[in-house]
Design a protein. Structure first.
Length: 226
């Protein structure tokens, strides 16, 4: 098992990976829904989940409406998928003395919303994330006899160690490594765009600057304008 990495280093690593990894190609799959246990109902956990059918915001979205999760399109995660996603997000970006982690700021809700949206990028991620969660749960049961969320931290890390770095993943783990790379990016992106994440990163954004009364008189005089 690899030694734990401090949170700041992990954030830098994840954000660098998100910026530099090429777009991942997704393998084609059949169309079978996931079972309540979080794994595909066929023997292959990579069987494609049902596609989304909602229309989205449309061409004339009401920008003044306070949209709540599920208002515009149905959310996806069942209880087992949410448990696996929560455990994985907490493992990728845990809370520590510096502040809350991914789960505490609502990243799992963000990912559920993201993969439920009826747009091309989100639908592509859906076809990877849902089978990936099914695979990691099935792999946990195969290796250790229990679902991923029920494993001990060392057992969870042992599975993630095999899929955490796509360029060096074994052939039999490559598809799972593609899933992990994308899920890690979604976890980092969800955290960093949350209010708590922006505070942690000291992101200022569109904050009004102090009143500016122009250059000091001595500066204006120096350039011949005073």
């Amino acid at each position: 098992m690899s030694p734990p990495v401090d949170r700041r280093t992990t954030l830098k690593w994840m954000l660098s990976a998100a910026a530099t990894l090429p777009v991942l190609s997704l393998a084609g799959c059949d169309s079978e829904p996931a079972s309540p246990g979080g794994a595909a109902s066929s023997a292959d956990p990579w069987a494609a989940p049902p596609d989304v059918t909602a229309d989205g915001y449309g061409k004339d979205a009401d920008l003044l409406k306070d949209y709540k999760p599920g208002d515009t399109w149905p959310l996806t995660f069942d209880q087992a998928q949410r448990a696996t996603a929560t455990t994985l997000s907490a493992l990728i970006l845990p809370a520590d003395e510096d502040g809350p982690g991914a789960v505490e700021v609502g990243v799992v809700d963000f990912i559920d919303e993201w993969i439920s949206a009826p747009y091309p990028v989100q639908r592509r991620d859906r076809a990877l994330v849902l089978p990936g969660l099914a695979w990691i749960d099935a792999e946990a049961k195969r290796r250790f006899g229990a679902g991923f969320a029920a494993l001990k931290p060392a057992q969870q890390t042992a599975i993630c160690d095999d899929i955490r770095y796509l360029p060096k993943a074994k052939a039999e783990h490559r598809q799972a490594a593609e899933f992990f790379a994308r899920y890690r990016d979604l976890t980092a992106g969800g955290f960093c765009t949350s209010p708590q994440g922006r505070t942690y990163l000291r992101y200022v954004g569109n904050t009004p600057l102090p009143r500016f009364d122009g250059p000091p008189p001595e500066v204006l005089k120096r350039v011949g304008l005073g």
